[in-house]
Design a protein around this ligand. Structure first.
Ligand code: ADP
Ligand code: TRP
Length: 320
């Protein structure tokens, strides 16, 4: 079974990205053959600052390795190191029906807001289909928001195979990662870069603490009992704490006499403990940029070997 997924380097990763996606991608590397890539071609549809993009790609690679992605087990690469993916995108584009792309949400949402979209955003799902099909992927772990794109990928692959009367492309299936993990942000809404309410994983201690202290809470006085179930601080605390620790903090909420500052401090301590190993590994990787670059290069070499074979098969199927 071949697993593949990609993640966009459009900013620093936050708790939502980790609990909603990255953690599961990393867990899956142990049982299956896994390919993971940093989707820098995709990021170009939003990041237009070359310095920033390079930084995000580098940070994404370091973060993934620090969080537990093992290059001996999984193949980690940069999307743009595999030019074959752009060639496959064109070949797929020639069999992609416009109406499929019209209804894809990234483009549709932008259009609905009256914002002019680039062709890159419109054809984004075709590039994503190429990402998946180029490596004969079986299973694609994604968040629920990406299922639509996997369906489009299946449609495109099926149509290609049907038109050319061959099974040149393998149809992948989505694997929805823990959809219950909808991590809330500072304001209690879904944590997302676009809402400016994120808590990043590798923020320096002081900044992290400040960020946590800014989580929105209600104005219940310190001495009054509080409801943990409606408090974002407690909701976030649950991500890091075991049952016993959760019960202990919940009891303090209900007893009264505890201010939200104390709960926030407990969240800070729990998050620091949870990511302690990853933070230490990250600091080490920061000091050896060559190691990170070597991992990406070696990953690209392996991915390209597979991609080249599939692309040759597709080229020959359509008469090139
Ligand atoms: P953002 O919304 O910050 O731009 P992305 O769209 O780049 O994040 O997210 C990449 C993946 O991370 C998503 O497909 C989704 O699975 C996961 N993710 C992002 N935010 C959250 C969240 N608040 N809760 C759970 N998962 C999330
Ligand atoms: N579109 C995905 C996202 O925004 C990222 C992505 C690009 C991807 N290519 C992919 C995910 C291929 C899975 C497979 O999250």
């Amino acid at each position: 079974m071949k697993i593949l997924s990609g993640i966009q380097p459009t900013g620093r990763f936050h708790w939502g990205n980790y609990f909603g996606a990255i953690r599961q991608y990393i867990d899956l590397q142990h049982n299956e053959q896994a390919f993971y890539f940093i989707a820098d071609y995709h990021a170009l549809t939003t990041v237009r600052d070359p310095q920033a993009l390079r930084g995000f790609v580098r940070d994404a690679a370091i973060d993934l390795l620090a969080l537990g992605l093992k290059p001996e087990t999984a193949t980690l690469f940069r999307q743009s190191d595999i030019p074959e993916v752009t060639e496959l995108t064109w070949l797929l584009m020639t069999v992609t029906q416009m109406h499929l792309l019209d209804k894809c949400h990234a483009f549709k949402d932008k259009k609905a807001k009256g914002i002019a979209a680039d062709a890159g955003l419109f054809t984004y799902p075709v590039l994503m289909a190429a990402d998946i099909l180029l490596y004969d992927s079986d299973l694609v772990p994604v968040g629920a928001d990406q299922i639509q794109h996997i369906e489009v990928t299946r449609d495109i692959a099926g149509r290609f195979n049907q038109i050319y009367g061959v099974e040149a492309l393998k149809l992948p299936s989505p694997h929805v990662v823990d959809s219950t993990a909808k991590v809330v942000g500072l304001d209690g809404e879904k944590m997302s870069k676009s809402y400016g309410n994120t808590i990043e994983m590798f923020e320096p201690d002081k900044k992290l603490r400040k960020r946590i202290m800014s989580i929105k809470t209600d104005s219940t006085p310190v001495e009054d009992p509080k409801n943990p179930e409606t408090c974002s601080v407690f909701t976030l605390f649950k991500l890091f704490a075991n049952d016993e620790q959760q019960a202990e903090l919940a009891a303090k909420y209900r007893a009264g006499g505890m201010g939200y500052g104390e709960a926030k401090q407990a969240l800070f301590d729990a998050a620091m403990a949870y990511f302690a190993d990853a933070r230490a590994r990250r600091a080490e990787l920061e000091r050896s940029p060559d190691t990170v670059e070597d991992v990406l290069r070696e990953g690209a070499r392996k991915a390209r070997d597979v991609g080249r074979q599939v692309l040759d098969r597709v080229r020959s199927a359509c008469g090139l």
